[in-house]
Write a protein that binds this ligand. Sequence first.
Ligand code: CO
Length: 472
Amino acid sequence: MSDVKKPVKITETVLRDAHQSLIATRMTTEQMLPIIDKMDKVGYHSVECWGGATFDSCLRFLKEDPWERLRKLRDGFKNTKLQMLFRGQNILGYSPYSDDVVEYFVQKSIANGIDIIRIFDCLNDIRNLEAAVKAANKEKGHAQVALSYTLGEAYTMDYWKNIAKNIEEMGADSICIKDMAGLLVPNAATELVQALKAGTKLPIQLHTHYTSGVASMTYMKAVEAGCDIIDTAMSPLAMGTSQPATEVMAKAFEGTDYDPGFDQNLLAEIADYFRPLREEWLESGLLSPKVMGVNIKTLLYQVPGGMLSNMVSQLKEMKAEDKYNEVLEEIPRVRKDFGEIPLVTPSSQIVGTQAVLNVVMGERYKTLTKESKDLLVGKYGKTTLPVNEEIQKKALDSLGMKEPITYRPADDLEPSLERFEKEMAQYKQQDEDVLSYALFPQVATEFFKYRDAQKTGVDTTLADSASKTYPV
Ligand code: CO
């Protein structure tokens, strides 16, 4: 062992990705608050607790104001950095927004307590990251850019090194390898981390999921190769489609140069808090044993866990559950036709839905969804490889376009904040409300109405029904 200690830093995901991956993002603020005092004493590099699907879930299912949640977490975490996940130009939604909305969202996230913004683009088109990164720089937040990790002929070490270099030049403060499907195997992690370390001076963080069963070994190899920070979740909400367990990773590095120096007794107390909640979620069916084991199909089909469960529910709705395996095989073909793009929100939904349609309709691309058309004509950005020209032609024709877009898609979007302000003025109680509305107009309006009714004490039925039904 060398003399140079290099403790691995740890980002705790139990308040965001862990419950998003295992229980459809249904952890409430009330369930979080009692334990954050203890979590604040662990010495985490950061706690990921906001963004991703939590924003949508707060408004839609939990009838909570996501901004209020953030402020409460900020109040409780006095010594720990708070981190959020941000979908580049798509913010926390599913399609691109104008720059003024992106900038205002970043500004308000930081003003309400976020320290680190992890920004990614589902196509790894770095033009889609620029507005958010610049806004985070301006607000003195930490801008972390995440590479959406995937496999395929286009994804060589040079591809990753190039992107990393561009991200550094763009003004990012750190780089994350975002392995949403758990595809990064241990030896590949060594190679990738070494390549990125050689290509950039920025700190490297690794985010993976346990889905395929290799994640903790991948972390071990990555850290030994120089990875600075890893993402883990407290054991009651770890593994399966979530992250490796915090206690286990901390223990695995104990006594080595990478020892994070965590107090295992304190971690055990925190786990004791979450364990009864886990039992409740298991009992209610919100936590399904299906997401807890090893799913080796994720390596075979390179499909993220969340995408599989979406696909199952789509097939159920169409009464076509027997087509599961056909769709599973169709996904890589659609992905190829769509330029071999990474599969992560929202590209995962676009490819998944199109694959379902292709199989259920009995003819490939008989119907193209609006999102598929937009993707094929460049409205989400540049795909990794060129898309299938024949299908692209079909999309162009149906949209009345002559040529695909080759410039940054958001350059087409007029500033829209003012319009949103006007549309929701009657519900406004805080500046941030316009952003909730901009991202989810219908859902936010319903929430605003519910909030108003709560104030006058009229109607509480929404909250009751939301807590009992768990649509995925
Ligand atoms: Co994740």
